[in-house]
Design a protein around this ligand. Structure first.
Ligand code: NAD
Ligand code: ZN
Ligand code: ZN
Length: 389
């Protein structure tokens, strides 16, 4: 089959590789009809994630048709159309039973190594580093889904791939980021990052009843899409984030702040904070906490910071004193996708939201490698790429 494979930093290729096989009775093999490139894939592409190997099949946002089912799998049958959450989970461990799927205790088969390297571990993830289990990903013609009697979401008739594909990751991710903010009707929610996750956070915040949603980025097309979704936008290249946020909140700061940027922030700008300006000369280029720091400084006391943005390793220069003395609540995590899929699927069916709004590019798998660059560098108005294997 054809699949997108990792060959090192900034080197993704469309290779011919062996077809996947059933390895366990609970598995299923999916023929991928649509898959997508995620901001998290860019962390691999940019070389920020240790534990990748030459030839690894990438991709964790995918859906398709079941073509083979393991002997013990009672949930799926050949011909079912499913979306597969990016977090692999067993459904039986202590964390899965509590709905904490992204920290499943059993699905990361390299858990012990990850614990040694990072001091922490996550559930198994598709198409990611060997520290998250090294499971072949879904930017491919076929993929093996482990524990396929637990996570796959069956797609009801009448919905297109484009309407449901993002149930596997970025829609629940934006949603969880907002749910974690415990939205009150008087809240202003500020969202850093107008990438795909930020876009879903904007719409989720409004669906969940926030009074005002502000989105911060510097890519014009992305800001325009956030405005179309109901947000007020701040272009950090041309405006002072601090001043505009103060203006929009009568000087008090947003009650709820969401970091939908993650590790990428360090590469784009230094923050404009009165506290930090004097220290900026001392900051290392690899300092990755700009958005985090800015959120801690601007958030209204007793507010909440929600962080879907992905971080790895140590983060330096986080003003923990401000976090503590302002009494802020910090919530973060990989998304517990299956916690939200039933509700979000229903909202799609009811027409409350059509997630396909975020797609700007649809191409074949062969164009995938080029699309990693287009998406990363925000060329050609790119916001979300869908690949059709
Ligand atoms: P993306 O890279 O397309 O979007 C990031 C956006 O942030 C870009 O539009 C960029 O211009 C903007 N940005 C960069 N620096 C900024 C700054 N200093 N201030 C404001 N905006 C800034 O990625 P995405 O697909 O939207 O994903 C966003 C983050 O969410 C990534 O870190 C990704 O890994 C993470 N993610 C997490 C989960 C989860 O389970 N928690 C799931 C999916 C994605
Ligand atoms: Zn993702
Ligand atoms: Zn589990």
């Amino acid at each position: 089959m054809r699949a997108l494979c990792y060959h090192g930093k900034k080197d993704i290729r469309c290779d011919t590789v062996p077809d996947p096989k059933i390895e366990d009775g609970r598995d299923a093999i999916i023929k991928v009809t649509s898959c997508a490139i995620c901001g998290s894939d860019l962390h691999l592409f940019d070389g920020f994630m240790p534990g990748m190997k030459e030839g690894d099949i990438v991709g964790h946002e995918f859906m398709g048709e079941v073509v083979e089912v393991g002997a013990d799998n009672k949930k799926l049958k050949v011909g079912d159309r499913v979306v597969v959450p990016f977090t692999i989970c067993c459904g039986e461990c202590d964390q899965c039973r509590r709905g904490n799927f992204s920290v499943c205790e059993r699905s990361n088969r390299n858990k012990d190594v990850a614990d040694k390297v990072f001091g922490h571990t996550t559930a198994g993830l598709f198409g990611y580093t060997h520290l998250t289990g090294g499971y072949p990903g879904g930017q491919a013609e076929y993929v093996r889904v482990p524990f396929a009697d637990v996570t796959p979401v069956k797609v009801p008739d009448g919905l297109t791939d484009e309407q449901v594909l993002f149930l596997g990751d970025i829609f629940p991710t934006g949603w969880q980021a907002v749910v974690q903010c415990d939205i009150q009707p008087t809240d202003t929610v500020a969202i850093w990052g107008a990438g795909p996750v930020g876009q879903f956070a904007v719409r989720s915040a409004l669906l969940l009843g926030a009074q005002q949603v502000i989105c911060i980025d510097h890519v014009p097309e992305r800001l325009a899409m956030a405005r179309a979704g109901g947000a007020i936008t701040i272009d950090f290249d041309n405006e002072s984030v601090l001043e505009r946020l103060a203006e929009l909140t009568q000087g008090k700061g947003p009650e709820k702040c969401i970091d939908a940027v993650g590790m990428e922030a360090h590469a784009t700008r230094t923050i404009d904070s009165v506290y930090d300006r004097a220290k900026q000369a001392l900051m290392l280029e690899s300092d990755r906490a700009h958005v985090l720091r800015e959120m801690i400084y601007v958030c209204r006391p007793a507010g909440t910071l929600s962080i879907p943005g992905v971080y790895g390793g140590l983060i330096d220069k986080v003003p923990f004193g401000a976090l503590m003395n302002k009494g802020l609540t910090l919530r973060t995590g990989q998304t517990h996708v299956n916690r939200w899929t039933d509700d979000l699927l229903r909202r799609i069916q009811e027409g409350q939201i059509d997630p396909s709004f975020v797609i700007t590019h649809t191409v074949g798998l062969e164009q995938g490698p080029q699309m990693y660059t287009t998406f990363r560098d925000k060329q050609d108005g790119c916001i979300k790429v869908v690949l059709k294997p």
